[in-house]
Design a protein around this ligand. Structure first.
Ligand code: NAI
Ligand SMILES: O=C(O)C(=O)[C@H](O)COP(=O)(O)O
Length: 384
């Protein structure tokens, strides 16, 4: 069996080595000739998987080691009887930690000693949005959820949701929707001139869903006007050829890596491996956990003199500091125009190992129950 796989999927040999022969390919710009003789195709978000790529090939199963599926023509695969699986929720924890880290930096910028005084509107309350809401609520933030499809599907919970304008009136509004262009609630350019006009300089706008959810041209216009919001973008229109002027104008610019914790990426591979085993009728013998290496930083210790909010945010910052990714992207944007897209992809391909809060053991001496709960809410392991 031939498995054609994106070289950026971690642990290909460990998970798939005994299922078939693996041929590694560059995901971006994947061609028909590269997949023609494959039985299984494993991709990430940068490969367009559709009729043009697969018609007439041997491919019987497609797996994407990502949450998003907008790069795959799922309906066409279904109509052809080709098996398909994504990795729903695989890196939800990673994206939630990215958002927390961005909020923490925003609180620093505002000189807020208590970050939980910020209200947070979450647009898209699926795996990522719900995970983020769970963390924020346990950290005592006031959270508002906007998710019209869920609101309609769950009338019994309708009161738990707000509309887009209410979510966008929060101190922080963060987007976690899929990219959709049709249906009742399309997300393509759902943030455009009108929504941006309502934001002010005291607010933070985050997009960690898909770039096209925010109209980049409208955002650039808004950022040139007075009283503009603070903006953190992880995702961009037209990746990898993103707009360097927009990078220049936003506060935090990262190269679509919110979901790039090692845990998140490995879980993505594991989920696709399990789906392939089910498809082929093979037993599932491997788990991501067995391949997770020891983290570089394994312990942090706080004494009874630690200031609670500072301790939490210090530990979070030790696991992930988005400013490093921001710096790398800004440097990449300085390359000549014909090299920028390549540089964007290089940052993603060569992304340094980033571990989630769950990899860090926190020792707390003489701490309050509420501090312990808040560390746990962020996924840290505690030693008391
Ligand atoms: N920046 C990054 O590295 C990553 C980005 N993503 C993106 O985040 C998206 C969300 O991920 P999950 O939460 O796991 O997906 P999910 O499918 O579990 O949840 C998406 C939610 O968005 C809601 N939604 C759809 N249209 C909406 C609209 N017009 N307004 C408000 N809500 C709407 C859906 O009802 C659903 O509850 C993915 O589709 C992917 O595009 C995912 C992982 C990493
Ligand atoms: O899971 C998703 O959806 C994502 O956005 C991924 O984190 C994107 O990673 P790549 O597939 O582009 O490596």
């Amino acid at each position: 069996m031939l498995i054609v796989a994106d070289e950026n999927i971690p642990l290909l040999d460990s998970f798939f080595g005994d299922i078939g022969e693996i041929r590694r390919v560059t995901g971006r710009g994947l061609t028909r000739s590269e997949v023609e003789d494959a039985d299984v195709l494993l991709v990430r978000s940068v490969s367009r998987v559709n009729r043009e790529l697969l018609e007439g090939t041997r491919v019987r199963f497609v797996g994407t080691a990502t949450i998003g599926t907008d790069h795959v023509d799922v309906e066409w695969l279904k109509a052809q009887g080709i098996g398909f699986s994504a990795a729903p929720g695989c890196n939800a924890g990673s994206v939630a930690e990215y958002v927390l880290a961005v909020i923490s930096l925003f609180a620093d910028q505002r000189d807020l000693s208590d970050w939980s005084t910020l209200s947070v509107g979450i647009v898209g309350a699926g795996n990522v949005g719900s995970e983020l809401a769970r963390m924020l609520e346990r950290l005592d933030f006031d959270v508002k959820l906007c998710d019209p499809p869920r609101q309609l599907a769950e009338p019994e919970n309708a009161d738990n949701f707000v509309d887009l304008s209410e979510a966008m009136s929060c101190d922080v509004v963060t987007f976690h929707t899929p990219l959709t262009r049709t249906g009742e609630h399309p997300t393509f350019h759902m943030v455009s001139d009108q929504q941006l006009a309502g934001l002010n300089a005291g607010q933070l706008l985050i997009n960690a869903g898909r770039g096209e959810v925010v109209d980049g041209t409208a955002l650039k216009r808004r950022l040139e006007q007075p009283n503009a919001p603070v903006v953190a973008l992880d995702v961009w229109e037209s990746e990898p050829a993103i707009d360097p002027d927009l990078v220049d104008k936003v506060w935090l610019a990262t190269p679509h890596i919110a979901g790039y914790s090692l845990e998140g990426k490995m879980q993505g591979t594991e989920m696709v491996y399990k789906a392939l085993c089910r498809f082929l009728g093979l037993p599932v013998r491997k788990k991501a956990g067995q391949f997770l290496p020891e983290p570089a930083l394994s312990k942090m210790s706080f004494t009874r003199n630690a200031i609670e909010d500072e301790a939490l945010r210090l530990a979070l910052g030790a696991c992930y500091d988005p400013r490093k990714d921001d710096l790398r992207l800004r440097r990449a944007m300085k390359e000549s125009e014909d090299k920028r897209a390549e540089a964007f992809d290089r940052l993603r391909r060569d992304y340094p190992v980033r571990r989630e809060c769950s990899s860090l053991k926190i020792q707390l001496k003489g701490s309050s129950k509420s501090l312990q709960d808040r560390f746990r809410a962020m996924g840290f392991k505690l030693k008391i």
